[in-house]
Design a protein around this ligand. Structure first.
Ligand code: HEC
Length: 250
């Protein structure tokens, strides 16, 4: 039994080490109970990501219900497609995009994956760091590379907001030789937003993706606290009752 537990713990440590690689990930300031942030994130998602990526585990009307928006607001914010017969997409539809995998493969060298579960698959910190870590690399077809996703096929769709970043290298000693390694990224051309504004923009976007990956989590957490509170109160009642029953026995 002991061996199994130890193996299991090592496996967890190994998986974590693998998942984060050797690049430092910035911690994503997400809060799924902040509905204003989620609404802003949903809008950013619709404006900047939804043309290529679907979120096909989610329905529009669920977003409306969870974030407190009516159908007109949701349509205005994120329903830009029509169904096969040319009628406006139904409010209860799944969030799918029209771009086919083949098209993406031709244009970007890779299909754009569905983002429904990405915040759970990669972790919020990874997605947050990824979106802020594109840098200019003339060797790539899109002219861009990424710190946490080497040779990524996705173009840097947020460059107008963030500006362009260039890599700054440093020389380190490795087995007696000098080698150049990427040290950090530096803004070489400013965008429409300053660093703080862009961080807030991406934090809202990642917050929305964290919500997408598990829409009931805010409810689950608040319910969890209520259940724990009930158990504490119930424990006191049960204890007092036990004392009362056993009072005359001793
Ligand atoms: C122009 C099309 C396009 C747009 C717009 C776009 N992406 Fe992508 N994205 C891609 C492609 C293609 C890939 C796959 C890259 C690869 O595998 O090399 C990708 C990959 C990703 C990944 C990594 C997935 C993985 O494999 O782990 C994430 C996360 C992501 N995109 C998030 C976003 C977000 C958030 C937005 C909106 C800000 C966005 N993307 C906008 C095309 C796009």
């Amino acid at each position: 039994m002991k061996k199994i537990i130890i193996t299991f713990l090592f496996a967890i440590v190994a998986v974590n080490a693998f998942a984060s690689g050797n690049i430092h990930l910035d911690s994503a300031p997400v809060d799924v109970t902040d509905k204003d942030s989620l609404k802003r994130g949903a809008k950013h998602f619709a404006d900047y990501c939804f043309s290529c990526h679907s979120a096909s585990f989610m329905r529009y009307n669920r977003i409306g219900k969870d974030l407190g928006m009516d159908e007109a607001e949701v349509r205005d914010m994120m329903i830009f497609t029509r169904d096969k017969k040319g009628a406006p997409t139904k409010y209860g539809s799944l969030m799918k995009v029209a771009m086919s995998e083949d098209y993406a493969r031709n244009a970007f060298g890779a299909p754009a994956p569905d983002l429904s579960l990405i915040a759970r698959a990669r972790g919020a910190d990874w997605v947050y760091t990824y979106l802020r870590s594109f840098y200019v690399d003339p060797g790539r077809p899109s002219g861009m590379n990424n710190l946490v996703f080497r040779d990524v096929g996705m173009p840097n769709v947020l460059w107008e907001l963030q500006g362009l970043q260039k890599p700054v290298y440093k020389t380190i000693q490795h087995e007696g030789k000098d080698i150049e390694v990427l040290d950090h990224l530096e803004l070489m051309q400013p965008g429409n937003m300053d660093e703080k504004e862009f961080d807030t923009f991406t934090a809202d976007l990642v917050n929305f993706m964290v919500y997408l990956a598990e829409p009931v989590q805010a409810e689950r957490r608040s319910l969890g606290w209520k259940v724990l509170l009930f158990l504490v109160v119930f424990f006191v009642v049960a204890y007092l009752l036990k004392k009362e029953y056993w009072k005359d026995v001793h």
